[in-house]
Each structure stands twice: as C-alpha cells, then as structure tokens.
Design a protein around this ligand. Structure first.
Ligand SMILES: O=c1[nH]cnc2c1ncn2[C@H]1C[C@H](O)[C@@H](CO)O1
Ligand SMILES: [Zn+2]
Length: 331
C-alpha cells in the first residue's frame, strides 16, 4: 500500500516537538542565539528523543532547544507555517496542532501575540496547500495555574476560528485531574472542546478522571486503560477517542515495543482509536511513518485504514464543513 498517498488526519501533534532542525539553525542566527552546535546533524540528534529513553521525563527534555527559538512572533509564525506545510506535503488533509502558550513568553511576547502568530502561520499554509487545521491549547501540568483563565480568555479571539480546544500536557502524576476541574469547566463554559493527555505514563485511573471530572471527549494516548476495567469501559461506552501515537509511546516506554502496543486490540474491540504523530521531530516521524508502522505491524487492511480515518473525522474538533470535506477523501 502507498502510505504516502493515503489521505491522513493527525489529531495529536505538538508544535514545539515538530520544528525542522534547519529552522532551529536559521532562527538562532536571526535571533543571535548561540546553539550547542551549528551542524545540522548535531542539532537533529539533540532534538530527537532516543529509543532508549527511560521514561516520559527524558523525552520531555528535548523541547528546550526548539522552545529557545520560539520566543518571537516571526519565529512562531514560521514554525507554525512549516508544520502545516510538512504535513500537507505528505497528504495530511487535516491537522490539529497543540502548544503550550505559556512556554512562549520568556522574551516579552504577550499571549495575544503568541496566538496571533500560531494562527497566522496556519492560515498562511491553509491558503497555499490542501490542508485544514486547528490549534489546541496545552496547559503544562507542572506550571503555575494563575494564568490559565487568562490563556482561555485571550485565545477566545480565535475560538472556532483557529483555536478549538483545551488540553493538559507534560509529566503525568497519578490523580492530576482533581486540581484542574475549575479550569476545564471554565474552558467548556467558554466553548472549548477538551482532550487530555492521560494514561500515557500514569495509571488508567487518570483516564477515568479526565473523562468524568474534566469532561474529556478525547484522550491523548490512553494506553493504560488496559489495566483498568472502569477506565476501559468508560472510554468504550462514552465513545471517547484515543489519540494513539505509536512511535512516541515506544520512546517514552509507555509500551515496551510496537508489537505490544494495544492499538489493534482496542480497534478490534470497537474502541475509537486514531493514529497520530505526537512530535514529528522529537519522535523522528511523519504521519506516513506512523500509518505504515501500525498497518504493517498489525496486518491491517485498506478497509481498516479508512475505518480509522473515519473515526478521526468523527472525533476531529473541526467544523461540519471541514468534516464534510474530509469525508470526500474516504473510501
Ligand atoms: O507525549 C507527550 N506527553 C506529555 N506532554 C508532552 C508530550 N509531547 C509533548 N509534550 C509537552 C512538551 C511540550 O513542550 C508541550 C507543549 O507542546 O507538551
Ligand atoms: Zn502529546
């Protein structure tokens, strides 16, 4: 099967984990930032998380370098454009990109400038390529909570016009959901959709809580519902979509290897699974690669692929018009 040519949908892709190494070098030069090296291969190596990470914590150390050049409006706009451009060039028809707004304020940008920049880059790519997109706001679980409502208020300028959802990301401690209830509620009241990273590193109970306490409609990863019957059943009965990211899950040791990834078992049991990149650079991957890996490892058919493609359409935080458009590529 030609995986490159297949129409694809990526619902879980981080902006700062998907920066081209070449762009790091170019932006560092423009911004007078000294990099550990100016050699493209050295930068690439520094950005890609090894297969031998001990856990998610080690994986998350790869984001400091890209974030260092994502502190200007022009840098963020360029990176946003390029992520959509790279995806469009491998036939990704719809892409939801997430980012941590508060990670881009280190050199004086305002939240509004950050939102203007990501959305402008995406819209520039939408105008040039056959791709549609939306942004998701990732709140980092370890950061102070005092500006979360301000993030949601300021981003509302683009609500359903470029920015669509609320997410929690970063390291995953057991029981993290309880302290975010008022923020998720505030987001829902304002009209944001909700997806939460849960059951990636931590326990299945986090997935149960993300759905029941935070109103998550989708779960980032969700692997660990395997060991938690109540979480598994809740995902299944509530029709919650799992955003699986196979390469990332192997790197962070969420699964031991691809063969032991539960994605096929979930699919066969009627769980709403989707296939996504997580981080195109940090996980050294593309949608073509993720689809190929899953299809080949688990012997899935073209019909299976389009079933999964349709699950992605159903659970996308996109307008009806965009979903209708995406359906025209389905078989
Ligand atoms: O897979 C992930 N799990 C949890 N957090 C993640 C993952 N990939 C990236 N992040 C974090 C690091 C980034 O700086 C942040 C915003 O994109 O989200
Ligand atoms: Zn993620």
């Amino acid at each position: 099967m030609n995986y490159f040519d297949l129409p694809k949908i990526d619902l879980h892709c981080h902006l700062d984990g998907s920066v081209r190494p070449e762009t790091i070098i170019a932006l560092a030069a423009e911004q007078n930032i000294t990099l550990p090296s100016n050699d493209i291969e050295a930068i690439r190596t520094l950005m890609i998380a090894p297969e031998t990470c001990t856990d998610l914590g080690e994986y998350l150390q790869r984001f400091d370098l890209p974030l260092s050049v994502m502190q200007t409006a022009a840098g963020i706009e360029r990176i946003s454009f390029e992520v959509f451009e790279d995806a469009a060039k491998e036939n990704v028809k719809y892409l939801e990109v997430r980012f941590g707004p508060m990670l881009h304020l280190e050199q004086g940008l305002t939240l509004e400038q950050v939102f203007d920049s990501v959305v402008a880059g995406m819209k520039r790519a939408e105008a040039m390529y056959d791709i549609k997109g939306n942004y998701i706001l990732s709140i980092l679980r370890h950061m102070p909570k005092d500006r979360i409502k301000e993030v949601l208020d300021t981003a509302a300028k683009y609500l359903n016009d470029g920015i669509v959802a609320f997410d929690l990301a970063g390291g995953e401690a057991p029981g993290f959901c309880a302290e975010f209830v008022p923020y998720a509620q505030y987001a829902i009241e304002k009209g944001y959709r909700v997806t939460i990273h849960a059951g990636e590193q931590g326990v299945g109970q986090n997935v149960f809580d993300a759905i029941s306490l935070l109103g998550a409609e989708r779960i980032g990863h969700g692997i660990h519902i395997t060991g938690h019957e109540a979480a598994y059943n809740l995902v299944k009965t509530q029709n919650i979509a799992l955003e699986t990211c196979p390469s990332s899950n192997v790197q962070t040791k969420a699964v031991e290897n691809l063969a032991s990834h539960p994605v096929k078992a979930f699919y066969q049991d009627g769980i709403q699974i989707t296939i996504n990149t997580d981080n195109r650079t940090v996980s050294n991957t593309t949608m073509t690669d993720e689809v190929r890996k899953v299809m080949e490892e688990f012997n899935l058919s073209r019909e299976d692929y389009f079933n999964i493609y349709k699950i992605s359409i159903e659970h996308a935080f996109a307008s009806d018009a965009v979903k209708q458009y995406l359906s025209t590529f389905a078989e």
